[in-house]
Design a protein around this ligand. Structure first.
Ligand code: DX5
Ligand code: ZN
Length: 248
């Protein structure tokens, strides 16, 4: 590992980057994921949409199967579908490492989470912008990550909703009390302007599609820009305190 790579690694030990392939050039998907891996991505975020749970269609297990051949990074599957339980097996067979399932519309979230764990995979719960943090209280001890949607799910390239910052703070506070070590991940509109806000509020995993794959710059340069934006926080002690404080 050279000096630059070591520097990247040190920063991502604190805040992890999860590039979302929704914004990638699908004709060069393998290449772009390999670039993200080389540039120090921590996991690859795969958005699965069924045109029913969200008003858009995206991709299914065959994409995961192809990605599994080109990267060793964990593949996290964000299921924006109506019947997540029904598709878990085929995504596991394809090589998925973790699943993010929505609280909304799930008649028995606990059962879904237990099924994911029984399959030997990491489980996370997702909440939409209008869903309060309080719904997480009884499921937190069973999951390893919480994904807070910072846009309404279904599309990339949307604007970050600043009203979600207060919720990120609340979730961080709940996690410190109930399940320390659980990841607080944010998804939607994350770029060099919003990433520091989300991290200061308590996020430690950033999903980013457009900011990593959607710009004209190279994937590595885009990831460096995101990291540089977060680095500012470490130079301002009062904002770092905000990420770890148990007070709101
Ligand atoms: C939106 C998806 C996101 C999306 C984020 O429903 O869950 O993962 O890829 O895209 P950007 O980073 O462009 O907002
Ligand atoms: Zn997503």
């Amino acid at each position: 590992m050279n000096k630059k790579e070591r520097g990247r690694k040190m920063e991502t030990d604190v805040v992890k980057l999860a590039p979302s392939i929704l914004a990638a050039d699908f004709a060069r998907l393998g290449e772009q994921v390999a670039e993200a891996e080389q540039a120090g991505a921590d996991r690859i975020h795969v958005d699965v949409m069924d045109g029913h749970f969200v008003p858009n269609l995206s991709m299914g297990a065959p994409i995961v199967q192809s990605l599994r051949r080109v990267t060793r990074l964990p593949l996290e599957i964000h299921l924006m579908i109506s019947d997540p339980d029904f598709f878990l097996d085929e995504f596991v067979e394809a090589g998925s490492d973790s699943f993010l399932v929505h609280w909304e519309g799930n008649g028995n979230l606990h059962r879904t989470v237990q099924r994911i764990k029984a399959l030997g995979k990491r489980a996370g719960v997702v909440i939409n912008p209008a869903t309060p943090a309080a719904v997480l209280e009884e499921i937190l001890q069973d999951v390893e990550q919480v994904l807070i949607m910072t846009v309404n799910p279904g599309f990339g390239h949307q604007h970050f909703l600043p009203t979600t910052l207060q919720k990120i703070r609340r979730v961080r506070q709940m996690i410190e009390q109930i399940k320390s070590g659980c990841d607080v991940e944010v998804d939607g509109g994350i770029d060099a302007e919003t990433a520091p806000l989300a991290v200061a509020a308590g996020a430690n995993v950033l999903v980013a599609g457009t900011a990593i794959f959607g710009e004209s710059e190279e994937v590595a340069a885009a990831m460096d820009r995101l990291r540089a934006s977060i680095k500012q926080l470490w130079k301002q002690p009062q904002r770092v305190e905000c990420t770890t404080s148990k007070k709101e």
